[in-house]
Design a protein around this ligand. Structure first.
Ligand SMILES: [Zn+2]
Length: 488
């Protein structure tokens, strides 16, 4: 298995991992509580001895589990049917629920590849999608039908967490550290679940998955905390860890936003049978940040695809095709959104931050800047170690080159009113697009993504304004590029 395959497979789309996930543990129709309890060698009930009572309790528990599973499956089927109607496609008949489980070949409680919704959240989702269907047929109808409360629930800080003995602590701790470095969110490590309180319980479950937001019932009703599963064999990547923690903090998938149709086209005919519920639209709060193609919460272009090399998600801006689905780490806007959700009351002051920076909740005296900006007010370009950062385009061609694994930024300016023309001369790339690319940010709004190239392409690109930024990101030290630029 190549590294790329590992990364692609292991991350969010557990159901896509062609059977490599050990499904043995989950086909017993258990929910995550019982699974993790079982894994730790605990019995389902506290009754001791092989008496009749324990059998009766076990039977009752099992039939309750079965009833719960059936409720889940029928809700999932309702969502599938509603979404099919929204897409305007017909579904093959489903003879019974069991067949439906095997057709999706996944833990029945998991949706969108890695989310475990509570029943209450599923009910709200159904209500939400029903509203969307109503809106489809009644475009002039009352708008509140498509509005439901946000699914996410917030934690109080610091968030207690503890580990199952089998998890990979190093990667998880790195993910926790990253969220702490970038936001005011703090985690506090415990040996076990604090009594009466919820906590994140990192487990080595069968796949990468999490609930969305803090689920109070985990704190109240269970002996264990709310599980975030990071399977050591498939989820041991920083991008995956920060993604799953983001779900636990309340983030939904970016392409599930209810405004996603303005940004992506869902190619419903290439979605696997029984998987339409993974492409629902949900109510969300984004604090005005906007749709983020580069979010670590965005699916890749061929998620749940029947034909793997054909897309299920097509960015409306074709230049974003290589931007969506990155699992490298947090985007500037992933972080900003979470800071707005959890940290907006930390700093009482304001600062005149430039270049889309905002007051840093980890140090209220400085702004938090999108790279490559720095300085107190994000008004300076930081050195990137790749030579001259600011360049001037003239009518004669000049060349920029860079190599290695550090990100390199080049800000190129032409006289006002002129545009800049770029031509790729050389690109020794790696196979891993998300880790190795050349991006051309086409105008002064540098937090916007530009066309991203993952291999040498014989093309000429024209900037939109008199300023453009080139970003080079290598994965191996042997990766390098050179590009020619001049006034168009
Ligand atoms: Zn996810």
């Amino acid at each position: 298995m190549s590294t790329e395959e590992e990364i692609d497979e292991g991350v969010f789309h557990r159901s896509e991992s062609d059977g490599r996930v050990e499904l043995g543990e989950i086909d017993e129709l258990e929910d995550t509580t019982q699974r993790s309890a079982k894994k730790n060698g605990k019995k389902k009930t506290s009754l001791s001895g092989p008496d009749i009572r324990s059998i009766a309790v076990d039977d009752a528990t099992e039939s309750a589990e079965k009833a719960k599973l059936n409720r889940f499956l029928s809700k999932k089927r309702i969502l599938n049917e509603l979404q099919a109607e929204i897409f305007g496609i017909s579904l093959p008949p489903v003879s019974n629920e069991t067949e439906y489980v095997s057709s999706t070949d996944e833990n029945p409680y998991i949706m969108e590849g890695d989310i475990v919704y509570t029943e209450e959240q599923l009910d709200r989702l159904i209500e939400d999608v029903r509203g969307q269907l109503f809106a489809k047929y009644h475009p002039e109808g009352p708008k509140q039908l498509s509005l439901t409360p946000n699914l996410a629930m917030r934690w109080t800080l610091p968030i207690p967490y503890y580990f199952d003995s089998e998890v990979n602590r190093t990667t998880i701790l790195a993910g926790i550290r990253l969220w702490e470095q970038e936001t005011c969110i703090r985690f506090t490590r415990k040996d076990r679940k604090p009594p009466g309180k919820n906590a994140i319980y990192f487990i080595n479950g069968t796949g990468c998955y999490s609930s969305v937001g803090m689920i109070p019932s985990w704190g109240e009703n269970y002996s264990e905390g709310q599980p975030v599963s990071l399977w050591t064999r498939g989820c041991n990547y920083l991008g995956t860890v920060v993604h799953e923690i983001a779900h636990a903090l309340g983030a939904i998938h970016e392409q599930s936003r209810s405004d996603r149709d303005s940004y992506v086209i869902i190619m419903e005919n290439n979605i696997k049978n029984g998987q339409l519920h993974n492409f629902l639209k949900e109510s969300f709060l984004d604090y005005g940040v906007g749709y983020d193609y580069g979010s670590v919460m965005h699916y890749s272009k061929n998620a749940f695809a029947i034909v793997p090399n054909k897309p299920t998600i097509l960015p409306k801006d074709p230049m974003m095709e290589n931007v969506i689905g990155q699992k490298v780490g947090l985007s500037f806007l992933d972080v900003k959104k979470m800071n707005l959700a959890y940290c907006s009351s930390v700093c009482r002051n304001t600062l005149p931050c430039q270049n889309y920076g905002y007051v840093n909740p980890n140090n209220c005296n400085v702004c938090k800047c999108p790279p490559p900006y720095g300085g107190k007010l994000c008004d300076r370009l930081q050195l990137s170690g790749c030579g001259d950062l600011t360049l001037t385009a003239t009518s004669s061609s000049k060349t920029i080159t860079a190599s290695g694994t550090e990100p390199c930024y080049f800000l190129i300016t032409a006289p006002r009113g002129k545009k800049i023309q770029f031509k790729m001369l050389k690109f020794l790339s790696s196979e891993m697009c998300e880790f190795c690319y050349i991006e051309i940010k086409m105008n002064r709004d540098f937090i916007k993504y530009g066309p991203r190239f993952c291999r040498f392409t014989q093309t000429t690109i024209l900037s939109e304004t008199n300023e453009a930024m080139i970003v080079f990101q290598g994965y191996y030290s042997t990766n390098s590029f050179s590009m020619e630029y001049r006034i168009a």
